[in-house]
Design a protein around this ligand. Structure first.
Ligand code: ZN
Length: 511
């Protein structure tokens, strides 16, 4: 004969893309045939949670013989994946069984995966969940695995507490122990933007010998957020140049660091115990990457490389070797700065404002132009270059030749400005653009472009000629205009001159 034992409800959350939705975990216990049912569109990971919850309960010495446990995850139409609901389900059972006082969980949103040994393990999306909790007036406290505590502490306006053990959490909720509190994210000096140089990953521009044209292009790319294609033989230093770009960009602002960390968090790429990501992302996927890997996808939408590179650099080495469809799919995120993934389980959008640095050899063997070394047929070279389609090339702002370095340049200790010196110029140019139209030049909306880029008479006639002689498309014309605007910004000029336009057009020169 069934006999009601108790019921409880615990607040939790589910992550879909970067969106967080509230989930109510409702537990009811009746005495009867032992059984645990989880209802409410729980996908396999949640159902597997049953086993983890049973094992964790046994570890605690909590035997629940003769109890029929029903767990309802509401709302029912919201897909819930992952193991983050283990902890709230467990707490709900304990509450309904009278092992926890009813008011212990008031105003608490709980997330966490349980280990079979009663440990509380890290979850994905801790920062987005913490931001959601901070914005939700019903939530006064966020309870989560200790491994996610530093990451969640980046959200302001919410009390966070955590532990690595279920026993400890129960003791704390019963008032017999204290949870681990928020963790300091940053030292006060780092909190103020720009007081520390960005993490350049150990690549300094001055360590790259020669290559003044490519260095100039990288400085312009950093200042305006423009896309670059480096073309040159193997060993010329294309990869080293690309790796320098993050160090030419100003340090991430706190707001940007939160965006970058949230994206990495839902992708499961924030290491346990770490906090806000402070370095500009540099992503360099191999050319064998799938379209979903580059753009994003999966039944439970995951960000792709374009989103992991948000506010940073996406480096595509050996561009013609990437799959044709994969490259075509790049066009939309380049234009729109975001990706939308639509799936049966729900849709998700991810931001994708990155600077693209692509690199390619001049021919399949790589040595076209080096006397006596290239044996590629003319037709082979043409076919190789055609793999990078016109529409993609049209979205690249600067085409740069990276010639082999000469012996006398290799002997030099260092050459040109250090990354720190270039970064100072870049920061000034970006600040000028931000004051003028609130964004970097690559992101000026097309309708405001003419107004933002006032070009003198000489520059205008030069642009007209370029459209005719270089066969610039409307998009190509706009891109040249943006680059010229950035060159003027680097010089501190309000008006775009003929010289600025001439340099911008040279970067679109014949490939
Ligand atoms: Zn060749």
């Amino acid at each position: 004969m069934a006999k009601w034992v108790g019921s409880a409800s615990v607040m939790s959350a589910a992550v879909m893309g970067l969106d967080v939705r509230p989930v109510s975990v409702e537990v009811s216990l009746i005495r009867g045939t032992p059984l645990m049912q989880i209802v409410g569109l729980a996908q396999s990971a949640v159902r597997e949670g049953r086993e983890r919850i049973r094992a964790a309960a046994a570890q605690l010495g909590l035997h629940v013989p003769g109890l029929r446990i029903t767990v309802n995850l509401a709302p029912a139409d919201l897909p819930k994946t992952g193991a983050a609901l283990d902890l709230p389900i467990m707490l709900g059972i304990l509450c309904a069984n009278g092992d926890l006082p009813q008011d212990a969980l008031d105003g608490t949103l709980a997330v966490g995966e349980l280990g079979l040994d009663g440990s509380v393990r890290s979850i994905r999306g801790a920062l987005p969940i913490a931001l959601f909790a901070a914005a939700n007036p019903q939530v006064a406290r966020l309870l989560l695995p200790v491994a996610n505590l530093r990451e969640a502490s980046a959200a302001e306006g919410i009390a966070v507490g955590g532990s690595e053990s279920l026993t400890h959490i129960l003791a704390a909720l019963n008032g017999e122990a204290r949870l681990r509190g928020p963790m300091t994210l940053l030292s006060p000096s780092v909190r103020t933007t720009g007081s520390r140089g960005p993490d350049d990953g150990g690549f300094d521009l001055s360590a790259v010998k020669g290559q003044s044209a490519a260095k100039r292009a990288l400085e312009i790319a950093a200042a305006g957020g423009h896309n670059v294609l480096l073309s040159g033989c193997p060993g010329a230093g294309k990869t080293s140049l690309a790796r320098c770009l993050p160090g030419l960009l100003p340090a991430l602002e706190i707001r940007e660091a939160v965006d970058v960390t949230a994206i990495h968090s839902v992708a499961g790429l924030v290491a346990d115990g770490s906090g806000l990501k402070r370095a500009r992302p540099f992503r360099a996927p191999h050319h064998s990457i799938s379209e979903a890997g580059l753009i994003g996808g999966g039944t439970r939408p995951r960000p792709g490389e374009v989103s992991l590179a948000h506010h940073g650099v996406l480096f595509l080495d050996e561009l013609p070797e990437f799959g044709r469809r994969t490259l075509e799919a790049l066009r939309q995120p380049i234009e729109e700065g975001q990706v939308r993934i639509v799936r049966a389980a729900g849709s998700a959008s991810f931001p994708a404002e990155f600077t693209l640095v692509a690199a390619m050899n001049p021919c399949p063997c790589g040595f076209l132009g080096t006397p006596g070394r290239c044996r590629c047929l003319e037709e082979t070279v043409r076919r190789y270059r055609r793999r990078v389609s016109g529409p993609l090339l049209d979205r690249i702002d600067m085409l740069v030749d990276v010639p082999a370095v000469r012996w006398e340049q290799l002997a030099e200790a260092a050459s040109g400005d250090t990354s720190a010196v270039v970064r100072a110029r870049v920061s000034k140019a970006r600040a000028r653009a931000a004051r003028r139209h609130g964004t970097i030049n690559a992101r000026i909306p097309p309708v405001r472009l003419e107004e933002a880029c006032r070009v003198g008479r000489g520059g205008r006639s030069l642009l007209r000629k370029a459209v005719t002689h270089l066969g610039l498309t409307a998009r190509g014309y706009h891109r040249a205009l943006r680059v010229a605007r950035t060159i003027a910004d680097l010089e501190g000029r309000g008006r775009v001159s003929e010289d600025h336009v001439a340099e911008a057009i040279r970067f679109r020169g014949p490939q």
